[in-house]
Design a protein around this ligand. Structure first.
Ligand SMILES: Nc1ncnc2c1ncn2[C@@H]1O[C@H](COP(=O)(O)OP(=O)(O)OP(=O)(O)O)[C@@H](O)[C@H]1O
Ligand SMILES: Nc1ncnc2c1ncn2[C@@H]1O[C@H](COP(=O)(O)OP(=O)(O)OP(=O)(O)O)[C@@H](O)[C@H]1O
Ligand SMILES: [Mg+2]
Ligand SMILES: [Mg+2]
Lengths: 227, 227
């Protein structure tokens, strides 16, 4: 599915280079469930942006299903991105649209009829516990509720590959439990490949594989259950 | 210091009322350290906005140092708000300013000289571990780094009263530990009154008192260490 080879990402801050990724190698097969742990500023979100082809690396290669994404044109890249579900660390919901519209919006690009869009959006919002908040706009929702709209939106196009940046960051332990159960069901019943960045060591243990990052490199990569 | 009497807050969503607070009574003495726990959507952030006089309740009273804030004019209200440090759940940093400028900005209203502002902003950012990221803008910082800028900014005017909405929500366990140690030091050494909303049950136990909320009301309020 996805292979990162010597990925580097350097941001230029004026004249000062900031090395967010300093040579990352990672191979993720279809159907895996991976957690990425690491201190604040270690490069986790940057890594996720690379794996989802949302941003270009400074050097190194990213292969998705064997194709080097550097060889794709813009149309091919946006086709690829549509197949990936992405939950950003700070949601990026569109403030003037309601929860239901934020979820429907993503579907409209994938040629789904209006009635079908609405029905699917309502099913997804119900699955994340927001049945009675569908007509609220992001500013009319609590932090945890916004987070759950972002998760429903990421599932809108039935992605086979899901990248989630702190999906339980702003929710209480009960809601976090529900979100984890949803994620595990998607992985085990539908074979969705999931990469989840988290700060929660307990939740990371529920993934099948745990990758640790530190200062822009991967420092460990173990299959869960093994010592 | 602060007393909430039968506080209610109802948002109108079109014609549909949403009762975020349904009658809350809370008394917080100077120097206390209080944690507020509760499920997503239970009214924690709304409660914090009321206590910091950032938003008006639908009914009920809020007394700060014995004064009913409904009797204050706009100038007196903004004077009051300056004495309160506020860490929002989603930071609200100003994107076009650097970390240092975001901290300095708050000080400029409180008549502090330019050189003094810069020095204080740098000290605060160093205290939260961001010595080498001062010239980054929010979009050039990781999630956890942005959270720490928001904490430094809340401390800029040396507040005696600090309201923090999930101060460790987006950070790793080591950074969360450092933030908690900073909060406890402010409370124990400087006598700062702190109200912290959190989803983390372990961190809540470190406060001196734990208030539980559910569906817009306070369901329990115990002093820590007692059963
Ligand atoms: N502007 C608004 N308009 C309508 N409803 C709102 C508005 N703001 C909040 N709400 C509703 O009020 C309730 C309380 O929201 P609040 O943000 O206080 O919850 P919270 O306890 O902080 O939750 P979380 O843990 O998810 O941050 C929620 O159910 C939310 O949907
Ligand atoms: N646009 C940018 N310009 C400059 N530096 C950046 C930019 N974006 C990120 N950085 C830096 O790159 C490093 C990695 O950031 P990243 O967001 O990947 O961290 P993270 O592991 O997700 O952290 P957190 O747990 O706090 O979310 C950080 O030190 C950050 O300051
Ligand atoms: Mg991040
Ligand atoms: Mg909240």
């Amino acid at each position: 599915l996805v292979e990162a080879i010597e990925l580097k990402k350097t941001y230029m801050l004026g004249k000062v280079p900031v090395e967010a990724l300093r040579g990352v190698n990672l191979k993720v097969e279809s159907g895996e469930f991976l957690a990425i742990l690491g201190p604040s500023g270690s490069g986790k979100s940057t890594m996720l942006n690379m794996l989802g082809a949302l941003d270009k690396p400074t050097s190194g290669k990213l292969l998705i299903d064997g194709i080097d994404i550097a060889t794709l044109n813009d149309n091919q890249l946006s086709d690829l991105r549509r197949r990936v579900g992405f939950v950003f660390q700070f949601f990026n919901l569109i403030p003037r649209f309601t929860a239901r519209e934020n979820v429907e919006l993503v579907m409209s690009i994938a040629d789904v009829g209006k009635a079908e869009r609405r029905k699917r959006a309502e099913e997804l919002l119900e699955a994340v516990g927001l049945k009675d908040r569908m007509n609220h706009k992001p500013t009319e929702l609590s932090g945890g509720q916004q987070q759950r709209v972002a998760i429903a939106r990421a599932l809108a196009n039935n992605p086979k590959f899901l990248l989630m940046d702190e999906p339980t960051g702003n929710v209480d332990s009960k809601t976090a439990r529900e979100i984890m159960n949803l994620i595990k069901r998607l992985n085990e019943e539908r074979g969705v490949t999931i990469i989840m960045v988290t700060h929660d060591q307990h939740l990371a243990r529920e993934a099948k594989r745990v990758v640790q990052m530190f200062d822009g490199v991967i420092t460990s990569d173990v299959v869960n259950g093994e010592p």
